[in-house]
Design a protein around this ligand. Sequence first.
Ligand code: HPA
Length: 272
Amino acid sequence: MAWYNYTGVECMHGSVIFRYMLTDYFLKSDNIFMKNTAQIKLLNEIGFAETVLMPGDPLRAKMIAHTFLDNPVLVNNVRGIQGYTGFYKGHKVSVMASGMGIPSIAIYAYELFNFFEVKNIIRIGTCGALNEKLELRDVIIGTCADTDSAYINQFGGVTPVCSRELMDCAIKIAGEMGIKTQTGKLYTTDSFYNLDENANKIWADRGCIAVEMEAAGLYLNAMHSKKRALAICTVSDLPLVPDCPGNTVEERENSFTDMIKIALEAAVRLGE
Ligand code: HPA
């Protein structure tokens, strides 16, 4: 698609024309599924499933794909953001890393939702508990996500919410699996190391039950793209508890399993 074909009027809508400039198809292939966008380059015709699980860490994406999926195939590796597609209980499922922070997850969510026909993204990550009733390893389902990130301004500053359908599905599955979940508002921050030591406390007082760094960016893109998103997070630290050691690396690995199983089962049910 030649971007210079656009009229002056269309050019005024900067984001629209920019989007088309970035999206091109491999000229050597007739296969429309081998797309090449700004930050995702499909390595083969397998492409992405309708549902993509998104951990932050590329090595965790690899681990999940190889541990839980049948026939996992690497479908993207731009900047080492590994994306795999395979099968879980016979259903095609993808898992791709989001990287850290809103700007990173927002790029991948935007491209997956708008260029790769992805319908559902389920973030699976860690969070810090901001509510005293929460404990290490608790599984949190983010109903919505407040943020102090300027990224939200372009969307009018609304508090982005998760997909109700995805949330209900995840809660039901967790109940069936005997996994205890807590639902509530997340605080998505841009600053892991915040110079304001009170930042977490301020957002806790505003009703946020946990802090992490991606959910708001994901939810905003899902709402904008009219797709579905959910963030499921496992508590890895208690930032409001002084000198709390947090989880060890091994504990983090193990506590991830509950969350992954919920997300994979949700992918199956969404596809039915
Ligand atoms: N802050 C921000 N992001 C996080 C935290 C935290 O304490 N824990 C896990 N992700």
